[in-house]
Design a protein around this ligand. Structure first.
Ligand code: ZN
Ligand code: ZN
Length: 573
């Protein structure tokens, strides 16, 4: 059983317990476990096979570990089966559809007898869902939306799920004797938010031995085909990966060809034809002399065509070829440019680690600053505790900062922007903090007009510094909110506020095309990990990938700036 499947079981348990009105902490424990397991870089199944202790995984307690082991060993969980038996059949498949909460699923199952996405779609189309009490046309239409999003999810896999699996596989191969190159190509290399099949390519003195080692990797679930220089396998999560080994002298041509995008390669081919060249995975052919020029690396491939090297993330036919011809491509931001993180959580809200641990992890990444921005509300925090907690945070940050040199913690909060547009905390409290991140976490289905006003209202609030995950989407799970982003960008410009590129792989929000537009307008952007554990801080690279796809240079991203400038920008002493 794969991590995604184990996580799904715990998520379902949390939902069913909610329906039973069970203890909130118990529900939260399962929901958290699901979240942690979903993002583990290693398959638990594999860890178990290798004799590693699952209870060593941070955030996984004894009870969850035992249940995970039962799932790994038997493919079933007695506790879960017993729990399911207490509910109408089919309720689980309804719960799998994003945005259908336990209560709705229960009503649909009991009142309409609907037990699958197909039956639900039918019930929506013939008006039965809309006619239910407290449902209505709009809710029914929204559910239909969710079913469509759910179906799309099946065809492509989120980058955040694919990349760790692929990196782990390549890590195991790259030190084999004689291996010189080994890399993913395709949409994974271009950092697209979802990926289809994975193309891997490399060169080695003895390619056959690399292919043989590839199909024997413990991650390989199934071998589809195997030859002397290539193989196709299925990796965890149902990912298909094709490995192709070529001669060192041809690596550049092959990598360029299989990195794409299709649009980029078509534009490049059209341009090259006018110069008398034809392009292929084997190299560049002079159409007059029929001579084939081979390329060991992509730099020389592009250089032969009179072009600057074009980074994979911007190979989308968005004008990059013309700029490369003029030697005028922007210097895109890199992970090493990031000097701090302005949005993360600790166990004061739904995070997993302490402030000290988060700070230690941030310094080990070479950061100069880290803002602690726990949630203002929700997650079972009584409102009288909210203010006390912030007072404590300010003192704690002050105390800890005395111990650091060259690093500073910033006190902050992720403040809910409530459905009516008001903020969850009073202005005089927010004003005491170093950083205030404003977020929408509820009433996602508001009309475009209301949602736009809600977000712009927050931007206009003098205490808000950053709007986090501006469209609230979760890839394959929740559609973005309906908001006029152009108006949001204009407001951010007018009030000189920053918008976030949330680096959580299931969010990547703002997404690439909006980042491109915001940057073009000169909107201030930050890239934040929204880390809920120390390990999440390293997810920054996903946000940087999105920023690169949006053509961002270091100067377009606020948290590439040193602490002093950040404090000036935040107008804090
Ligand atoms: Zn948030
Ligand atoms: Zn957050």
């Amino acid at each position: 059983m794969k991590n995604v499947d184990i996580a799904a079981v715990f998520e379902n348990i949390a939902d069913l317990l909610e329906l039973k009105n069970e203890n909130k902490f118990k529900i939260r424990a399962y929901a958290r476990a699901a979240q942690i397991i979903r993002r583990l870089p290693e398959e638990m199944e594999l860890m178990h096979e290798e004799g590693k202790d699952i209870t060593d995984i941070p955030g996984i307690g004894e009870a969850i570990a035992a249940k995970s082991l039962e799932l790994i060993k038997t493919g079933k969980l007695k506790y879960y089966e017993d729990l399911k038996a207490q509910f109408p059949e089919g309720i689980i498949s309804l719960l799998d559809i994003p945005n259908i909460g336990p209560k709705t699923a229960y009503r649909l199952a009991t009142e309409l007898g609907v037990t699958s996405a197909e039956q639900l779609e039918q019930a929506i189309r013939d008006g039965r869902v809309a006619s239910l009490e407290r449902m209505g046309e709009k809710t029914a239409a929204n559910i239909l939306h969710s079913i469509e999003a759910y179906r799309r999810k099946d065809t492509r896999i989120p980058l955040g799920e694919a990349l760790p699996v692929v990196e782990q596989a390549l890590d195991a191969l790259k030190d084999l004797p004689g291996v010189r190159n080994l890399t993913p190509a395709g949409s994974l290399r271009r950092f697209r938010e979802t990926v289809g099949d994975i193309d891997l390519m490399g060169t080695a003195d003895d390619p056959e031995s690399v292919v043989a080692a590839f199909v024997k990797l413990p991650q390989v679930r199934e071998i589809l085909s195997q030859g002397p220089t290539k193989a196709s396998v299925i990796l965890p999560g149902g990912l298909q990966a094709d490995l192709r080994m070529v001669e060192h002298a041809d690596f550049g041509s092959l990598l360029q060809h299989f990195t794409g995008s299709k649009e980029h390669n078509v534009a490049l081919r059209t341009r090259s034809q006018k110069q008398g060249f034809s392009l292929s995975e084997y190299g560049i052919t002079d159409m007059k002399t029929r001579e084939l020029h081979r390329f060991a690396d992509e730099h020389s491939f592009y250089a032969f065509l009179g072009l600057q090297y074009i980074p994979p993330e911007i190979r989308e036919d968005m004008g990059e070829i013309d700029l490369a011809a003029q030697n005028a491509l922007p210097r895109l931001i890199e992970v090493g440019d990031i000097r701090g993180d302005l949005h993360c959580h600790t166990y004061s809200s739904d995070g997993m680690d302490s402030i000290e641990d988060m700070a230690a992890a941030a310094t080990s990444l070479g950061y100069e600053y880290l803002a602690i921005t726990d949630h203002s509300s929700g997650r079972n925090i009584p409102s009288d505790e909210k203010l006390e907690r912030l007072e404590w945070l300010i003192d704690e940050v002050h105390r800890l900062n005395k111990m650091y040199t060259g690093f500073r913690l910033l006190s902050g909060v992720e403040c809910d922007i409530k459905a009516d547009g008001s903020l969850d905390l009073p202005g005089d409290v927010l004003a005491k903090l170093d950083v205030v991140v404003g977020s929408v976490h509820s009433s996602f289905l508001q009309s475009r007009e209301r949602m736009t006003q809600r977000i712009i209202g927050a931007i206009a609030d003098p205490n808000i510094d950053i709007i986090a995950h501006p469209t609230c989407r979760k890839i394959g799970e929740r559609e973005p909110v309906d908001v006029d982003l152009e108006a949001v960008f204009q407001a951010a410009l007018r009030y000189d506020k920053a918008l976030e590129i949330n680096a959580m792989p299931d969010r990547l929000d703002l997404k690439d095309i909006y980042v491109y537009r915001a940057r073009e307008l000169g909107v201030k952007l930050v890239i934040c990990s929204d880390a809920h554990t120390v390990a999440h801080l390293a997810l920054m690279k996903f946000g940087v990938g999105v920023a690169r796809r949006g053509w961002c240079r270091p100067q377009d991203i606020l948290n590439t700036r040193p602490l002093r400038e950040i404090l000036d920008l935040l107008k804090r002493p």
